[in-house]
Design a protein around this ligand. Sequence first.
Ligand code: ASP
Length: 440
Amino acid sequence: MSRVITAKFGGTSLADASQIRKAAEIIKSNPEIKYVVASAPGKRFKDDIKVTDLLYSCYSEFAKGDEFFPTLVKIKQRYEEIIRELGVTFDISAEIDTIEQTLKKYPPADYLASRGEYLNSKIIADFLGWTFVDAAEVIFFDENGHFDGEKTFMTVNAKLRDIPNAVVPGFYGSMPDGRIKTFSRGGSDVTGSIVARSTQSDIYENWTDVNGMLSADPRIVNNPLPIEYITYTELRELSYMGASVLHEDAVFPVRKAGIPINIRNTNAPDAKGTLIAASLPKDVKRRPVTGIAGRKGFTSVRVEKSQMNGQTGFGARLLYIFSRNGVPFEHCPTGIDTISVVVNSSAFDLRRDDILREIKNELSPDFITIEKNLAVIAVVGEGMVSARGTAAKVFSSLADAGVNIRMIDQGSDELNIIIGVDESDYETSVKALYSSMIEK
Ligand code: ASP
């Protein structure tokens, strides 16, 4: 039996007719690609404006009572150019009239925002000679606006089962009353994942404009090596720390179904990209460290109390003070008589006085020390468990670079080592870690 592939193409991959032609070539050259999920046209050049952003501007102009027609005309012109250059027959004027009429009836912003993927997908379906399936008919949110997985998976499956090839617009679905609702920005990745899961695809290809995920931030490290293989767990750690390649919610539907995601580059279709899977083929050789990611903007609140270890519930009470003040903790390294709670600085600063007062009143600590301007770096790799001396290498490379480590936290699964350094040492640390742990 032949495999089934769901392929999602992002905004830059479908930004104009020549990009759409590239995507179409990829699609047509692989008969296993049965379903395509399309984004709205993205940026064609650096200072260009994405169609979705134009749609949001159009909506806010309308909502303020300003003249929105010129923006709507700009949107129309983007599509007219695409239609003309692809040589398809598509009545864009009628579509734009419908949008304008609906807009006059004051529709929700989500309706307008969704039209970018709606129109692009219709045009692409025409160009490919495939069936267009409106996401509003198959992707559902409940009355509270939460994604309704069960109903959606069933409906997408039932609808697509009998259609050999379909194009589904990304980014939106509908509410029980029929109103359009979008996912958060970048949400076409989520639609792609939903379609892959519902159609029991063998693989979810996510076509974008980079050769996959990189092992470090290219703004800090020159030409970092791409990541060929990564597990979902590693991806989660790296994305949480700021490495972004996919919408965060796009992982869950396919991960649950054990479907791998392959990030590919529309502009370099021969590159293998990054394969994200639950577990990787045995013969794949990987470095102990898969990637490095980090973020600035943390504060560490270190609470010291002698014989703290003998007091049951001390840690729980401390964390509860943060949680009831609405400040989630990010890391929590502990010593015998100390606990540090590492939190996001901007969230902490808003509640700082209350939190400190409550700690003093409720826990009577000996000392509270606050360290601001902390950057947190995660060195992530499942291979670290079996590679001896990884931690030693992490610390010596930072020492050699003259960096003072201000916090260390190792996840219990030995998947990552988390290091806190001064924000001013952040870039130096990432470079040092990259060259000792990855480049070598
Ligand atoms: N077009 C939407 C956005 O710009 C969704 C997407 O492209 O994934 O956020």
